[in-house]
Write a protein that binds this ligand. Sequence first.
Ligand code: SAH
Ligand code: SF4
Ligand code: F3S
Length: 478
Amino acid sequence: MSQALLTLDFLDKAAPTPEATPSGEVRVSAATRTGRQRKLYIESYGCQMNFSDSEIVSSILFNEGFDTTDDLASADLVLLNTCSIREKAEQTVRMRLSQINSHKKRNPGLLVGVLGCMAERLKSKFLEEEKIVDLVVGPDAYRDLPQLISQVDGGQKGVNVLLSREETYADITPVRLNSNGVSAFISIMRGCDNMCSFCVVPFTRGRERSRDAHSILREAADLVAAGYKEVTLLGQNVDSYKWASADGTEHVNFAQLLEKVALVSPELRVRFSTSHPKDITDEVLHTMARYDNICKFIHLPAQSGNSRVLALMNRTYDRPWYEDRVRAIRRILGEDCAISSDMISGFCTETEEEHQDTLSLMEFVRYDMAYMFFYSERPGTLAARKLTDDIPLEVKKRRLQEIIDLQQLHSGERNQRGVGRVHQVLVENFSKRSKEHLSGRNSQNQVVIFPKQNFKKGDYVNVLVHSASASTMLGEAV
Ligand code: SAH
Ligand code: SF4
Ligand code: F3S
């Protein structure tokens, strides 16, 4: 299946807007073309968990007679897998629905469904607010899709937004929709119990639960057998992964799971995301150090560099704790381990001095990369109920710009440090600019581009880097 990772033109991504999200990215289903009767077009917003869920949804519907298509105009069923993390993410989906409305006018038989976090947050209100929507399905209810679709085929609307304490879709083999055939996501847990005060995820995704370790290892082994070279273990908080067998004889924590996945094949790179600073243990860091195929890259969102703000955010760590975790990473894994972060500017009551603390934390860590946002109040969260969203938008945006500018500097510096060195690159694709060049990433997740010669997707290539910008490094195979 070919990769279909599109940037839709309605999502003006060109300028680094003050909300350059990790996933200002939209993913569109690739075409499966197996001659099934009906066509599903699925568009995914938000985080990697959603991209991964869309592969589960496609798998469920594949078995119900749906091929996926990358062409909205030829679809019988359109599903938007939505995100609620910031107001803008929801606005994007509303805009998209109004565009889809014009397709529905031309093709009245078209079914339209909303999945994911926005479906969970708005529930049946969605049906009142957006008349074209036929189906509203929350993240734990995808097994019910076939039944709900037949309900809609029968002329009714279909809604299921029940959250579950058990559902992990462990037995469903995802249809690898967005895959380049090299790198795949494996969801290892669902939900989140952390209740950060700004965050809607615990409400849209429900309670945290860990997936059966055996099913994770089976999926990794199947991917290796199918030629994949990299897996990313996904969860909102992977470090709190915790699974026990029903008879209580087996217990697996995240460090142990990581080791087991690394042992599936030395040829398989292992990545993971996201690490919560309160939970990442030295045991995980030592496991990373022991295995060359565990990538030296940790996404460790700080959110703020000020302890008072962190307490208001209910992050349950303070700045000294965060700094200690960074020192542990440097001690155990050395300077070569990349660290990235998420930062929020202008959280409730944040002062200028406290904002300066975020900048000084960034100076302390010198992140390799960061996703940066201004605070967006989400209905129903602790912050919305208990705190005042009192920082004016211009101030939030100005602070955010300062954070982005500093990060640009640090990202440029880290890529410059890579110049003159040899990097092991896993080739993922052609370069966006030229078919004569290949693009891949090194262990630290930096993008490296080099002349193709006889190399191909899936190869590990040693590349000597000769120049770099803030976003990519250029080099030649050695
Ligand atoms: N589980 C991950 C985060 C998932 S959400 C973690 O705990 O790190 C991804 C990022 O979106 C968060 O890290 C945060 O920086 C940002 N975010 C979440 N809610 C937000 C809000 N209300 N306003 C602005 N940014 C938000
Ligand atoms: Fe949201 Fe916090 Fe959970 Fe991350 S850890 S998903 S920020 S509640
Ligand atoms: Fe968005 Fe839901 Fe992910 S709110 S960031 S799609 S968990």
